[in-house]
Design a protein around this ligand. Structure first.
Ligand code: MG
Length: 303
C-alpha cells in the first residue's frame, strides 16, 4: 500500500543542537533553504531555550529572519516556557513543540523539572499559544531511559492522554537514546492511539542500535504518516554519548520511496545536503544513501 508520508526535517535544530562547534547562522539558513528546495514542508528550525543552556540555538531569531517564506513551509520552534513562546511568536514560527521527557530522572537532568512539572508547563504554553499556531508535544525517552532503563509504556500513554486533553495538535514519540525495536513501535502506537484518540502521531527515531529504519517502516505500516529525520543523520544525544544520531533523511527517503510510499522530497538533493553538512561539521556523514547512491541508477531519461 502506498502511503503519503510527511518527513519532518529536524537537522537544523535536533541535528545541530548537540554539536560542539557553533554553526554559523548563514550555514543554518543554508541547511534550511536546501531542505525547502528539496521539498521539505515541515522543518524543525530552531529552539527558543535560554542561550546559556543551549548556545548552538542562541541565534534562533536571526535564523528565522533568514529562512525562505511563502513556499508552504511550516517552521517548528521548540519552547519550554512563556518566554520561549513569546520569542517564538515574535520570530513568526508556524508551530511550537514542547518536549516532555517520559521519566523523572532524565527529565530532571534535561530540564530540571519532573515529568509532571513539565506537563504543567506544557499546559500553560498550550493555553497561551495563539489560535492557528500548531502546538505539539514530543514525549522524549518514550522507548527507554539512560537512567531508569525501560520506560513503562503505560506511563507514555498517560502523558499522551494528558497532552491530548490539554490541546496537543500532534503527539510525537521520540526514541531519544535509540533503544527501540519494531515490536515497541507497534505497542506504543496502539496504546497512544487509545489514550489520545484522534490526535495525529509522529515518530522520532535514532539509529543508535541500527533499528531506526526498521522502526520507521513499522510506524508507517501501523498507519503513522509523519516521521522525523535529519539530513545526513547528524544529531546525537548528550545522555547517550557513544550514540550515532537521528535516522538520516536521505536513507529514510530511500526506504520509503523503494517501498512505494510518497514523500514529495528529492532523495538526491537531500543526500547532497547531508554531504554538504558533513563538510560544515567536518565529520563523516552517518547516512549511507549519499555514499552508495540511489537505485536503480538514474538515467538521462529520468533527469
Ligand atoms: Mg533526535
Amino acid at each position: 500500500m502506498s502511503t503519503e508520508v510527511t518527513v519532518v526535517e529536524v537537522g537544523p535544530r535536533d541535528g545541530l543542537q548537540n554539536e560542539d562547534v557553533i554553526v554559523a547562522t548563514d550555514d543554518k539558513i543554508e541547511l534550511i533553504s536546501r531542505s525547502v528546495a528539496a521539498g521539505a514542508r515541515r522543518i524543525e528550525a530552531v529552539s527558543f531555550s535560554h542561550p546559556r543552556l543551549v548556545p548552538q540555538m542562541a541565534d534562533a531569531e536571526a535564523v528565522m529572519a533568514g529562512v525562505p517564506r511563502g513556499k508552504g513551509v511550516s517552521y517548528i520552534g521548540l519552547v519550554l516556557n512563556r518566554r520561549g513562546l513569546d520569542r517564538a511568536m515574535a520570530a513568526e514560527v508556524d508551530e511550537v513543540n514542547v518536549v516532555v521527557v517520559a521519566t523523572d530522572t532524565f527529565s530532571k537532568r534535561n530540564q530540571n523539572v519532573t515529568t509532571g512539572e513539565m506537563l504543567d508547563a506544557w499546559e500553560k504554553i498550550a493555553a497561551d499559544t495563539p489560535a492557528g499556531v500548531r502546538k505539539s508535544v514530543t514525549i522524549a525517552a518514550a522507548f527507554g531511559c539512560p537512567f531508569e532503563g525501560e520506560t513503562p509504556p503505560e506511563r507514555v500513554a498517560e502523558i499522551a492522554r494528558r497532552a491530548a486533553a490539554t490541546g496537543a495538535d500532534e503527539i510525537a514519540l521520540a526514541d531519544t537514546i535509540g533503544v527501540g525495536v519494531p515490536g515497541q513501535v507497534r505497542d506504543l502506537t496502539r496504546r497512544v492511539r487509545a489514550a489520545a484518540p484522534g490526535v495525529p502521531l509522529r515518530f522520532h527515531f535514532h539509529n543508535t542500535r541500527n533499528t531506526g529504519y526498521a522502526n520507521a517502516l513499522t510506524a508507517v505500516e501501523e498507519g503513522v504518516t509523519v516521521l522525523d529525520a535529519s539530513a545526513g543523520g547528524f544529531g546525537g544525544c548528550p545522555f547517550a554519548p557513544a550514540a550515532t544520531g537521528n535516522i538520516a533523511t536521505e536513507d529514510l527517503l530511500y526506504a520509503l520511496h523503494r517501498s512505494g510510499h510518497v514523500t514529495g522530497l528529492d532523495e538526491d538533493a537531500v543526500a547532497a545536503t547531508g554531504a554538504w553538512l558533513g563538510g560544515v561539521l567536518a565529520k563523516p556523514v552517518p547516512g549511507l544513501r549519499g555514499r552508495a547512491g540511489g537505485f536503480p541508477a538514474r538515467t538521462e531519461r529520468d533527469s
